[in-house]
Design a binder for this molecule. Sequence first.
Ligand SMILES: Nc1ncnc2c1ncn2[C@@H]1O[C@H](COP(=O)(O)OP(=O)(O)OP(=O)(O)O)[C@@H](O)[C@H]1O
Ligand SMILES: [Mg+2]
Length: 355
Amino acid sequence: MTKLKVGLLFGGCSGEHEVSISSARAIAQALKSGENTNKYEVLPFYIQKNGIWQGVEIAQQVLAAGSPYLPTDEQQGKHNLWQFPSQASEIDVWFPILHGPNGEDGTVQGLLKLMQVPFVGTPALGSAVGMDKLAMKTAFAQAGLPQVKYIAVNRSQIYSNPCVFPKLCDEIEATLGYPCFVKPANLGSSVGIAKVRSRAQLETALDNAASYDRRLIVEAGVVAREVECAVLGNDQAKASVVGEITYTSDFYDYQTKYTAGQADLIIPASLPDAITTQIQEMAIKAFAAVDGAGLARVDFFYVEQTGEVLINEINTLPGFTTTSMYPQLWAATGIPFSELVDQLIQLALERKVNS
Ligand SMILES: Nc1ncnc2c1ncn2[C@@H]1O[C@H](COP(=O)(O)OP(=O)(O)OP(=O)(O)O)[C@@H](O)[C@H]1O
Ligand SMILES: [Mg+2]
């Protein structure tokens, strides 16, 4: 049987480069195990932090080492940013596992579409909408999904003449109150996000978030449990069991996310059945709202006191390491890791046929 050549694309120009390497290691392993061995040949491709693509040889080295490739100036000089490794032309299906900007936001998906080769995951539109917190909230509101109160802010309001900024802060205080969360619209991994409790903290947080992004969002803070649901499929997507994240820090910030032992995943979350069902239905609705394909992890706030479920966000290329929430949710639902990656590739081929 001829094996399908899977281009595993990882690394990338975002703060989540290292997470991407871990995700790719786990996926490469799964594609080389059990029945997948007979179906797939894995060809890894590595995108350096500066955007340069490296072919199979270096990509294999990065996967084996589990850490980024740091080329010398001499090695660097040989590569042109727009020169793809020649093996890229052999690929039957791409499996991009790039998290954050320049990978999860539609940029790479647009490029893969131009190549006219099927790829795993959501195409350019849904990836871009899912990445930009303001566009995402607009799509969710349109779909009737409840979310926290928020205000959209543009960097120009922060770097403005001295009249505009205090008025913006007054409006935030009057509409949202404290605590509130200041976020860049387009980052991820909680980078640039601050929980603020006073005017002075608000001013500092807005200034800091504006250094990361032109578009910002300020949200009312809620006291809630954080629960997540995985989605798998194309037009007939299904939802997994629901998981919960618990931690002792003030919120689920960068350090808590990436320091071992700082957060716990509870799968399945202990929730009333009606709430679990509601979360699963909302996850599928959110996936459809951004025109998702293949996979997504949808994150929610469950306000136990009032019984409210609010959608927080959708991640169209969620963390995919062996200990990540997305594959663990599916394992608990009855789809082990290696079967999950197989299904994702089959969904990519199916969508190519139907699109
Ligand atoms: N409105 C809010 N109320 C309470 N807690 C919040 C709120 N917004 C964010 N948080 C806390 O901050 C964390 C990070 O926020 P959020 O999920 O919006 O960004 P992100 O994780 O950086 O985005 P991405 O998942 O795309 O990487 C949340 O998991 C939660 O702990
Ligand atoms: Mg999040």
